[in-house]
Design a binder for this molecule. Structure first.
Ligand code: NAD
Ligand code: UDP
Length: 320
């Protein structure tokens, strides 16, 4: 007899967040198809799942149509680090537009529920603080971050219109800065940069005066929130998922130096154009509608993240 189980497609599943999501889905008994073009992700992130009877890895770029059957789709495919998404900005736009059309077409054909990994970047350099979901944002449409920000905004619009026109079941999560093990050491984001620099005894590169703020969420908390949004039947979102504790980049540098016990110093570098001055999520909706809030404190999360990078560094140094 046929056995019915949930088949879940995770695009960008070999990336930092995608690979943690694949782990949680496999653990709870889902059938997982992981599709990734390996631009910023790697097989290494899902190596432990390869060969598992309920896990399938395919090299696929979502800019091209994908013909698989799925009950649920988590669309995480898109480079997330400013360095990575600005490397080939037109490709980044294609991923969030052409790629999103392909994902919504797949969802429509299969009758699948689709969750899209949107971002706090839809708020741009925000004039409302902390950011609530009803804030429309302050985005420079022709700036260096626009390939990512505007792409994510059109992806949200596509979802809402598929929902209204075709009844496609949608879930939109707006993710605020998330960190943890498996974020690529050379990814260019602040947590990976600072930890790698501290472990190597190099100066920590603080951009600008370091007084700009971000709110850092540990990956396990983020994945728990993402799964809660997907699993409930009432709310489409958008819902902010992130940690509402706000830190300056100087405070983050200090915390990393403390956790690593490094003698590294801080060095200031030019602030990239359009770098948002402050960012902090209002998570009232996540708390009240999903019963979710983050559990992991920054010092704790930085410690386990640091341990992972340390291991990676030792492994790379051990190679002949
Ligand atoms: P990541 O770069 O580690 O993961 C992205 C994955 O998508 C990689 O494996 C990459 O190879 C893959 N990918 C990129 N373009 C693709 C394409 N065209 N087709 C198929 N695969 C493609 O980044 P992450 O931090 O894991 O982010 C995952 C998602 O969450 C992204 O959509 C990102 O925009 C969103 N997000 C992340 C954060 C964060 O702080 N981590 C914040 C906001 C939003
Ligand atoms: N940043 C920094 N040093 C680095 C990398 C980033 O000071 O080596 C700053 C960056 O200018 C921004 C913040 O850290 O203000 C977060 O940057 P990240 O690239 O991690 O993500 P963003 O939130 O900007 O997308």
């Amino acid at each position: 007899m046929f056995q019915f189980m949930t088949t879940v497609l995770v695009t960008g599943g070999a990336g930092f967040l995608g690979s943690h999501l694949c782990d949680r889905l496999i653990e709870r008994g889902d059938d997982v198809i992981c599709a990734d073009n390996f631009f910023t992700g790697s097989k290494e992130n899902v190596r432990h799942l390869i060969g598992h009877p309920r896990f399938e890895l395919i090299r696929h770029d979502i800019v091209h149509p994908l013909y698989v059957e799925a009950d649920r789709i988590f669309n995480l495919a898109c480079p997330a680090s400013p360095e990575a998404y600005q490397f080939n900005p037109i490709k980044t736009i294609k991923t969030s537009t052409v790629g999103m059309v392909n994902i919504m077409g797949l969802a429509k054909r299969c009758g699948a529920r689709v969750l899209h990994a949107s971002t706090s970047e839809v708020y741009g350099d925000p004039l409302v603080h902390p950011q609530t979901e009803d804030y429309w944002g302050h985005v420079n449409p022709i700036g260096p971050r626009s390939c990512y920000d505007e792409g994510k905004r059109i992806a949200e619009s596509l979802m809402v219109n598929y929902h209204q026109e075709h009844g496609t079941e949608i879930r939109i999560i707006r993710i605020f800065n998330t960190y943890g093990p498996r974020m690529a050491p050379d990814d260019g984001r602040v947590v990976s940069n600072f930890i790698m620099q501290a472990l190597k005894g190099e100066d920590l590169t603080v951009y600008g005066d370091g007084l700009q703020t971000r709110s850092f969420c540990y990956c396990d908390d983020l994945i728990a929130g993402m799964m809660k949004l997907m699993d409930q039947d009432e709310h489409t979102g958008p819902i902010n998922i992130g940690n509402p504790v706000e830190n300056t980049m100087l405070e983050l540098a200090e915390a990393v130096i403390k956790v690593t016990g490094s003698r590294s110093k801080v060095v200031h570098m030019p602030l990239p154009k359009d770098d948002p001055r402050k960012r902090c999520p209002d998570i009232t909706k996540a708390r009240t509608l999903l019963g979710w809030e983050p559990q992991v404190r920054l010092a704790e999360g930085l410690m386990s993240t640091m341990e992972w990078y340390k291991l990676k560094l030792e492994q790379s140094q051990a190679k002949p």
